[in-house]
Design a protein around this ligand. Structure first.
Ligand code: SAH
Length: 279
């Protein structure tokens, strides 16, 4: 039997699955627009045998999974964890131990506020092979599609990513550092705590009229961008019923949107730059 035939026969052998080594691919699905997936992400998604998905992953991306791929929803929403993190970790190990090719699909980049680090640690601890496929984090996606460069020599010397998520009941951030001028602040999961964040930044010296952008469903056909100031952003979010997922960008760079917006303008004009998109 030639090597080629042997390999083909081995592929057909029943029970081959269990003897094969499984692997977990931690794949960044980006902020929504499927065209922001990397080539490697697309390849891993198309080869998936089982996919464990976050709620932030768009339908358009899920539709790239093979029809026979098993899908497990591990959605995570504030105060509504479909599967607790330790169960997700155990599930990934169990699926890989069945010898399967597991794709763990996560919104944005797996290593930016996505608990990808915790999942990778767990896999490493249990000796499971894994790979991390970076994705476009929502800060990059939202900034590009809202016309707000995260850094610009005329306005910023630094950009900081923080989470607005409360820990032990409060938003525990280094306010003095974050309130310094000439920096862009990007807040993930910040809608629920934006009033507290705005007040603290102003109390620590950031100007109350510092511009703030809130980008809802960035990079999708339902993207909405609200531009406000530190003083009134919380009230404006409420008035305009902005809902998660939304990203907050604080800093002078927000003013550039007036000149650099291309996406919302393209959508208004029905321009090809805004198509095709995830809903
Ligand atoms: N790993 C993800 C972040 C997960 S935390 C990443 O790299 O982007 C979830 C938070 O990300 C949301 O609360 C929101 O602040 C932000 N986010 C994710 N997708 C978004 C989108 N399409 N539009 C706006 N914000 C988004």
């Amino acid at each position: 039997m030639s090597r080629k035939t042997r390999a083909a026969a081995a592929r057909l052998e029943p029970g081959r699955r269990a003897s094969r080594r499984g692997i977990v691919h931690l794949v960044g699905a980006g902020p929504g627009d499927p065209e922001l997936l990397t080539l490697r992400a697309v390849r891993r998604i198309r080869e998936a045998e089982v996919a464990v998905c976050d709620h932030l992953v768009s339908e358009a991306i899920l539709s790239l999974l093979p029809a026979k791929c098993e899908r497990i929803y591990a959605g995570k929403e504030r105060a509504n964890h479909a599967l607790p993190q330790d169960e997700i970790n155990k599930l990934l190990v169990a699926l890989a131990r069945e010898g399967r090719r597991v794709v763990r699909l996560k919104g944005g980049d797996p290593y930016v506020f996505g608990r990808g680090g915790e999942e990778a640690e767990f896999l490493a601890q249990y000796g499971v092979d894994f790979e991390v496929v970076p994705g476009v984090t929502s800060a990059s996606g939202a900034a590009a599609y809202a016309g707000i460069p995260l850094t610009h020599r005329d306005y910023t010397a630094a950009v900081t990513f923080v989470t607005g998520h409360r820990r032990n009941g409060r938003c525990d951030l280094d306010w003095a550092a974050l309130a310094r001028p000439s920096q862009t602040l990007v807040i993930y999961m910040g809608l629920a705590t934006i009033a507290e964040i705005g007040e603290n930044l102003v109390a620590h010296g950031r100007a109350a009229d510092t511009p703030v952008a809130v980008i809802e469903r960035a990079t999708t056909s339902r993207q909405r961008v609200l531009v406000a100031t530190l003083a009134d952003v919380a009230a404006r979010i409420e008035a305009e019923h902005i809902a998660a997922p939304a990203l907050v960008i604080v800093g002078e760079v927000v003013r550039l949107r007036e000149r650099l917006d291309w996406f919302d303008t393209a959508r208004l004009l029905g321009d090809a730059r805004s198509l095709p998109l995830a809903s």
